[in-house]
Ligand binder design. Structure first.
Ligand code: 13P
Ligand code: SF4
Length: 341
């Protein structure tokens, strides 16, 4: 079953149960209720940096895709509540299949995962039968079953470098991260043509104007951005890499080319510094990920109370797909990447 079919079926199931109509009493202290449910159910809340700040504040762990998967693999909680998007919750389920994995809104998808339907990718892969398949973790669980090694933006260079130089490599689904990796590693990658809807809308022109207004500012960018933005950047890295750079840097102003949710931790980590979100090329709030922002405190509370929506996967998908994630975690550990605590 593809991730999308699974989402549709799960949503229908929730509609039947009337779950989607439940309203939360506005006088409820959601923070206190969520804390109570965490203890009562031995649940852990894992949140990505792109979540609303109030969700980040109540999370037990906030991190990038690598840190979140490492935490999901090592937790002794009975329930993992994933404040992130669907592929992240699926990854947690694959790594901890005996645990209950909850996602506050099942429709929190990802444009990158959607850009690579497994049935089409299978045909693409057949054209390069000897190639090693490296997939960005932002893909469906089913795509992971067609993958040799997963990667995240934190470990992608190490993953590519771990593959013998005489091997062909297919890289999916992000063509921007793929192009960046070609430049960083000097490897010729066979790229799938996908991209992130948030990271491809930054305006070169508006960033240049901002740089003229703030000549002291460092431009920092996520590698999912297009090449013309990365070419101008002073630093390129994953969300945790960008956060660390702002803490360690002597500069006090940063133009941040990634989803705006990360600014919350940047401001908490360096309250004396100034962070300017890189503007999108139109008037919309396109530098906010609409999928990540589907999660709200109300939905977080409801999913913990009713232990629903739950993310489940067919056994064969878990068995086959988890190997690509385990391989990634093994290489990351050898490279000393990820969780420090
Ligand atoms: P990282 O947090 O791993 O850098 O990934 C960014 C992202 O787009 C997650 O969807
Ligand atoms: Fe997917 Fe982009 Fe949203 Fe990350 S920011 S979840 S890559 S759509």
């Amino acid at each position: 079953m593809t991730g999308t079919n699974e989402l549709v079926l799960a949503k229908r199931d929730l509609e039947k149960k009337g779950f989607l109509d439940i309203e939360v009493d506005p006088s409820l202290d959601l923070e206190a209720e969520i804390e109570r449910l965490k203890k009562e159910k031995n649940a852990i809340i894992l949140a990505h940096y792109y979540q609303e700040s109030e969700i980040q504040d109540i999370a037990d762990y906030i991190g990038d895709s690598l840190g979140l998967s490492q935490k999901a693999a090592s937790t002794d909680a009975d329930i993992i509540v994933f404040a992130g998007v669907h592929f992240m919750a699926e990854t947690a389920k694959m790594l901890s299949p005996d645990k209950k994995v909850l996602l506050p809104d099942l429709k929190a998808g990802c444009s990158l995962a959607d850009a690579c339907p497994p049935h089409l990718f299978k045909k693409f892969k057949e054209q390069h039968p000897d190639a090693v398949v490296v997939s960005y973790i932002n893909c469906t669980a089913e795509l992971k079953t067609l993958t040799d090694i997963c990667c995240t933006s934190t470990n992608s260079v190490d993953i590519i470098n771990s593959i013998p130089r005489d091997k062909e490599i297919i890289f999916a689904p992000d063509k921007n991260l793929g192009a960046y990796l070609q430049e960083k590693t000097g490897r010729d990658l066979i790229l799938w043509n996908g991209s992130c809807m948030v990271h491809e809308v930054f305006s070169n022109e508006k960033i240049t104007k901002l740089q003229m207004q703030h000549p002291e500012a460092k431009l920092i960018a996520h590698p999912e951005c297009e090449a013309h933005i990365l070419d101008k950047a002073d630093y390129i890295g994953s969300t945790s890499g960008l956060l660390k750079y702002t803490k360690d840097s002597e500069s006090d102003t940063f133009i941040v080319a990634t989803e705006v949710g990360i600014l919350h931790q940047m401001e908490l980590g360096s309250p004396e510094k100034t962070f300017i979100p890189a503007p999108p090329n139109n008037q919309c709030a396109c530098n906010e990920c609409p999928h990540m922002k589907r999660n709200t405190m109300e939905k977080l509370y409801l999913c913990m109370k009713y232990e629903n929506p739950e993310v489940n996967l067919p056994e064969w998908v878990i068995e086959k797909g988890v190997k690509s994630i385990e391989k990634m975690l093994e290489i990351s550990e050898k490279a000393g990447l990820g969780l420090k605590d």
